[in-house]
Design a protein around this ligand. Structure first.
Ligand code: TGC
Ligand code: FAD
Length: 394
């Protein structure tokens, strides 16, 4: 696969940049430059081969993309939520799988260790995860419990100074390359707890999931627990119940709201450039009304989502954002991005299905992103329940 030259320029139709600080813009620029230099030239080849670019683990650590909102004393960036969002936007502009690696590490592994963990757990794991020395994964979903994680079957029994864990998780991002796994399981009383597992614990394995047509450059696997002895000091002391994992999901879903708009921007930018260069019937295709309609609608949706994300970031910084607002933003951004990528693919005609352009890869990736961290329908029901007070899940 020939390396692609990345000519991306970001749309900013409503001068959203004026709402950002100089620090935000510098952070965005450094991640954008990283993506242009290290991701765009190689990512299509990795996706075509369904291979995980392992080198990004250290690179993302060096760039500060792991746990940007975690305090600096634990190796995090000590940054605000807008900075975190911009990082996710730029990474997903490169590939949803790259953003996934960073989201899982920061929001689903480092955040629970920071928020629910003991001081010893924080000191042992956070600096190594922040630097990219270790990679982590998050095990909530099970073969028979996806949208309804409360029914999980993974369980542990007290055995003195340790517990014995049994069960299985599936669809776990980063699993095959992780040294650390944050796993959610029930104790004998049926209460959900979080445990930190380490690669090498006897009875713990991480088989790779093969055959994906989406997120092909991201490593996905299972977590299998066969009488795993987990020291009690590896259990989070400060959280019991489903609100533990769901609290992590709120942070990651926020990042996805920004990230998917990055993928949409890449597709819009590619389609806009193509529409000015590609000629049919003696004219650039961008001069035809039907193609202009697609571009105008793409830019309108990107702009609306940019403003929604920025406002949500302000609320997150003020500690006022609700999980339901995050659900709305995640759902909206995924839908908008998926539609934009599909329209962009059509605008590129036959070239749109090739790896010469990033569009089909983004389009296929978004089928995972619209499903994980809560499906499109689950987020709609969360909004429905918030506005009516009626629970339509059960
Ligand atoms: P429910 O009774 O509503 O809630 C249980 C407790 O949790 C609290 N809560 C939340 N807390 C923080 N953030 C949230 N988003 C929260 N949502 C709920 C809630 O207040 C309650 O607290 P308390 O104190 O009363 O106990 O729970 P439910 O069993 O009825 O389920 C509700 C439902 C369906 C919305 C929820 O379970 C859900 O979100 N399902 C979707 C599952 C999901 O998103 N799984 C994601 C797996 S991880 C993943 O996909 C990673 S991909 C990563 C990548 O590669 O980027
Ligand atoms: P199901 O829950 O079986 O849903 C099937 C369909 O039924 C969906 O359309 C859903 O919306 C609908 N549905 C379900 N319940 C209702 C209802 N009450 N009302 C109406 N419709 C309903 N999980 C992790 O724990 N960690 C990870 O790192 C992780 N990474 C992932 C990576 C990839 C590439 C993928 C594809 C998934 C990943 N997941 C991960 C799992 C993901 O979170 C789940 O796939 C998702 O939550 C949906 O669960 P499910 O696939 O079991 O679908």
């Amino acid at each position: 696969m020939a390396a692609r030259t990345d000519l991306f320029t970001s749309p900013d139709y409503f001068a959203v940049d004026e709402l950002l600080t100089e620090e935000h813009k510098l952070i965005r620029e450094s991640v954008r430059n990283y993506v242009k230099k290290e991701i765009s030239p190689i990512i299509e080849g990795y996706a075509q081969r369904a291979e995980f670019p392992q080198q990004i683990i250290k690179q993302l650590g060096d760039l500060g993309c792991f746990g940007p909102t975690i305090p600096a004393e634990y190796g995090g960036g000590g940054l605000d939520y807008i900075a975190y969002g911009l990082m996710m936007q730029e990474l997903e502009r490169g590939d949803s799988g790259v953003r996934s690696t960073a989201s899982v590490q920061g929001s689903l592994v480092m955040f629970p260790i920071y928020q629910y963990g003991s001081e010893e757990q924080r000191k042992k794991y956070l600096p190594r995860l922040a630097s990219g020395e270790w990679l982590g994964c998050f095990g909530l979903t099970e073969p028979n419990h996806g949208s309804d994680p409360s029914g999980m079957l993974s369980n542990f029994k007290d055995a003195g100074d340790h517990v014995i864990l049994n069960g299985a998780k599936m669809w776990i991002s980063n699993a095959p390359y992780s040294q650390v796994a944050v796993v959610w399981a029930k104790n004998e009383a049926g209460e959900i707890h979080g445990l930190i597992l380490e690669r090498g614990m006897e009875g713990f394995s991480t088989p790779t999931t093969h055959g994906k047509w989406s997120l092909r450059a991201s490593a996905t696997g299972e977590l299998v627990f066969d009488n795993v002895k987990v020291p009690k000091e590896n259990i989070f002391p400060n959280i019991i119940g489903l609100k533990g994992p769901l609290g992590c999901l709120t942070k990651a879903r926020y990042g996805i709201a920004w990230g998917t708009i990055g993928a949409a921007m890449d597709c819009y930018d590619t389609a806009l450039r193509y529409s000015k260069e590609r000629e049919q019937f003696g004219k650039p295709i961008g001069s035809f009304q039907l193609q202009q309609k697609k571009l105008a609608e793409m830019l309108t949706e990107i702009t609306k989502a940019q403003l929604l994300n920025w406002r949500l970031g302000v609320l997150m910084n003020e500690g006022k954002a609700t999980p339901q607002q995050v659900s709305m933003a995640k759902r909206n951004a995924c839908e908008v991005a998926a539609n934009i990528c599909r329209d962009a693919r059509q605008m590129l005609g036959g070239m749109g299905i090739t790896g010469e352009y990033p569009v089909m890869r983004h389009m296929m990736n978004l089928e995972s992103v619209i499903t994980y961290e809560g499906t499109h329908d689950i987020h709609l029901l969360i909004t429905g329940m918030d506005v009516t007070g009626f629970n339509a899940f059960k």
